[in-house]
Design a protein around this ligand. Structure first.
Ligand SMILES: [Fe+2]
Length: 474
């Protein structure tokens, strides 16, 4: 595999080999200084093993999840990196071969061998930190609970109420005032059913609701805006028979059917009751940024919007280390009447390819001045590149401030970290893979000076491949 990597983009070196775990290790500083008052932990999740015994997984989403934890205190930082010890990971580790199917691959072996095989919960998409445990999230199943300090895997977690092992998606939203957690999962029968969950700050399920969706579709994220939870359900339709027979993977069986339209569902987030349901012109999104209720009783939210589902093909190609398919997502802002589900306004804010929009945790569901996101470098050939920098979009001035990481450096989703000494200020933290030096680093910026030198850069003991989502726990 190494020989073919020579002609590929630098980012491919990060995933060419399965990532190596490391125990709790004191991190050395490359430049700058860790702020003395910074106390808390960064957790990041992502697919870390994309092959076994020379066989490659079918899609970037199929890799086994590994979690990075970086603990900050008293001007020092320690980190550890661990695979989530899922049942499927342990079985495949023992057999030293890929066995199970997943999002982008059918189970291995002859057709008879595949019969009845379940898919593997790869626990690779995101994390949420509860007071007493960390949850590794994957949208097709239950979360795995881990130790907040050591990342030891405790096992599957049902939040004291997810009966029948209902899925719990990777994009929960936390109310900054009450600490309550909102999330959803999609289950499949004759219809796809959207399950909505409300949990207390400990993660314990306190309320849920469910509605059937128009077709057998996939939902990755939703947005919390003021008193509402909003779902924009894209016109994907699953062809179920080949998936049930394990002849084709779930991802390969999803078809883009724009004629079906985008289903918009608005729920009251206090009682989880459906407020409105409407059909709109379709687009595709993986991720929303933030949302809020405006003075007229409407809701405003942002998202990274794609014309169609081509982005899935690009993400499939990432697993091979070489991409060809261009799929550009850009930052949009929408205004919606929650009582009817109709859009009042839709505008593209930025023409740059971008992803992973996020806000300060204290502003989730409320009006926020800034959105942080990963963006392509201006000169990037987008069908060949992963995101080369991070940026902050200012809704007050409609300007973008971007970091200059240098060429062949690949940041992960930027996260806002509040300054413990001043709640009006903060940092932006990310993990950067350096494709020239083939190593990974933690970079911390002053959130108001993203275009300046980072506050500090810390070296990680081994490569942590670009992943999906993370969180900061103060
Ligand atoms: Fe996501």
């Amino acid at each position: 595999m190494t020989a073919t990597i020579q002609n590929q983009a630098s980012w491919a070196k990060a995933i060419a080999k399965p990532a190596t775990e490391f125990p709790i290790t004191q991190l050395s500083t490359i430049s700058g200084k860790i702020p003395e008052a910074l106390k808390g932990s960064l957790y990041r999740n992502g697919p870390a093993r994309l092959e076994r015994d020379g066989e490659q997984v079918g899609h970037w989403f199929d890799g086994d999840g590994a979690i990075l934890a970086v603990h900050f205190a008293e001007g020092q930082a320690q980190a550890t990196y661990r695979y989530v010890q899922t049942e499927g990971y342990l079985i495949e580790e023992n057999a030293n071969k890929l066995i199970f199917g997943n999002y982008g691959m059918a189970p291995t072996g002859s057709w008879l061998n595949r019969f009845g095989k379940s898919s593997k919960n790869v626990a690779n998409t995101s994390v949420i930190a509860l007071p007493d445990k960390l949850l590794a999230l994957w949208e097709g199943g239950l979360p795995h609970a881990l130790d907040l300090e050591t990342l030891e895997t405790y096992g599957l977690e049902n939040l004291e109420g997810l009966e029948n092992r209902l899925p719990y998606s990777a994009h929960p939203k936390r109310d900054p005032q009450t600490g309550e957690i909102f999330n959803f999962g999609v289950s499949y029968g004759k219809n796809a059913t959207l399950h909505i969950y409300r949990s207390d700050r400990y993660g314990k399920l306190i309320n849920k609701n469910q509605v059937n969706l128009q077709g057998l579709t996939m939902v990755h994220d939703f947005v919390m805006a003021g008193d509402y939870l909003i779902f924009c359900v894209p016109p994907l339709r699953l062809n179920p028979i080949p998936v049930l027979l394990n002849l084709q993977s779930y991802g390969e069986s999803l078809q883009w059917k724009p004629q079906e339209g985008m289903e918009i569902l608005v729920f009251n987030r206090h009682d989880l009751q459906l407020v409105s349901r409407h059909n709109a012109e379709p687009w595709y999104q993986w991720h929303f940024g933030n949302g809020f209720g405006d003075r007229d009783g409407n809701v405003v939210f942002d998202l990274v919007r794609y014309e169609d589902f081509t982005t899935n093909q690009f993400l499939k190609e990432v697993a091979s280390g070489k991409t060809n398919t261009a799929a550009k997502g850009t930052l949009w802002q929408m205004r919606l009447n929650p009582q009817t589900g109709e859009f009042l306004e839709a505008s593209q804010l930025l023409d740059r390819g971008s992803e992973f929009p996020s806000v300060a945790p204290a502003e989730v569901g409320q009006k926020s001045r800034y959105t942080y996101l990963s963006v392509h470098r201006p000169d990037a050939v987008i069908n060949q590149e992963l995101f080369g920098t991070i940026a902050r979009y200012d809704y007050q001035t409609n300007t973008l401030t971007e970091a200059n990481l240098g060429a062949n450096r690949y940041p992960m989703e930027p996260l806002f970290v509040v300054d413990p000494t001043n709640p009006d200020r903060g940092y932006v933290i990310t993990v950067v893979f350096d494709g020239d030096r083939e190593c990974s680093e933690v970079w911390l910026f002053d959130s108001d000076r993203l275009d300046s030198e980072p506050v500090c850069r810390l070296t990680l003991p081994s490569i942590v491949p670009m992943g999906f989502h993370g969180t900061w726990r103060s």
